[in-house]
Ligand binder design. Structure first.
Ligand SMILES: Cc1cc2nc3c(=O)[nH]c(=O)nc-3n(C[C@H](O)[C@H](O)[C@H](O)COP(=O)(O)O)c2cc1C
Length: 193
């Protein structure tokens, strides 16, 4: 498959950085065509500008400032995202990618004032993420990062597309054993992609 890997972490030597390298390495080794989009390394600017907001609904011209990213997203058949949970959400880099690239005419169309998702070229999604806190703590606040994937992103892509949400919770108390176990889960998921 043609897979867009979206990665957001400022430190290449971090645990998330090593998960990112593992993802790209396993998918490539398994014969997939990987477009590795490391948002920090590429210097992606996550800020939606004044002009972009003013032209937001102008389908066609609205993609110009981020045309390259729109083309990469449209060329993909599947999406793998790798990032840490920050403030119970996406890192700003990734949130900004959604704000600026998931545009009207790209990920949804307005039909009678109703947003209708249309990112149907994406027919499989895997998410690899890490939380500092425990799963219980995340559960108590409704685990917004999990819902942003399983409830929000799910309805934007092809209906019925298989989703996998792989999370290492409790990173603050992680050990070599838990980190290695999670790497094993990620490896397995990438090999089964
Ligand atoms: C800016 C920032 C915000 C964070 N917010 C949360 C949070 O809301 N919930 C949580 O469980 N962990 C939070 N964390 C902890 C990160 O999820 C944790 O540092 C990360 O998963 C560890 O992976 P890394 O070593 O690859 O960075 C936050 C960390 C940072 C730096």
């Amino acid at each position: 498959m043609r897979i867009l890997v979206l990665h957001a972490h400022p430190v290449a030597e971090s645990y998330n950085g090593s998960l990112h390298r593992l993802i790209v390495e396993r998918l490539t080794a398994n014969g997939h065509k990987v477009d590795d989009c490391d948002l920090y390394a590429e210097g992606f600017d996550p800020r939606l500008t004044r002009d972009e907001r003013l032209n937001y609904h102008d389908i066609g011209p609205n993609i110009e400032p981020v045309r390259v990213y729109v083309e990469r997203l449209r060329a993909a058949e599947a999406l793998v995202m790798s990032y840490p949970v920050w403030n119970f959400g996406y890192p700003a880099m990734l949130k900004g990618f959604f704000d600026r690239v998931f545009l009207p005419g790209v990920s949804f169309k307005m039909v009678d004032g109703k947003a209708t998702p249309c990112l149907h070229n994406i027919r499989k999604v895997n998410v690899v993420t890490t939380y500092g806190g425990t799963r219980t703590r995340a559960f108590l606040v409704g685990d917004p990062p999990r819902k942003a994937v399983n409830r929000v992103l799910r309805v934007i892509v092809k209906p019925g597309a298989p989703f996998k949400y792989l999370a290492h919770y409790d990173m603050n108390r992680s050990t070599d054993t838990t980190r290695k176990r999670f790497i094993g889960r990620v490896e397995q998921a990438m090999d089964a992609f």
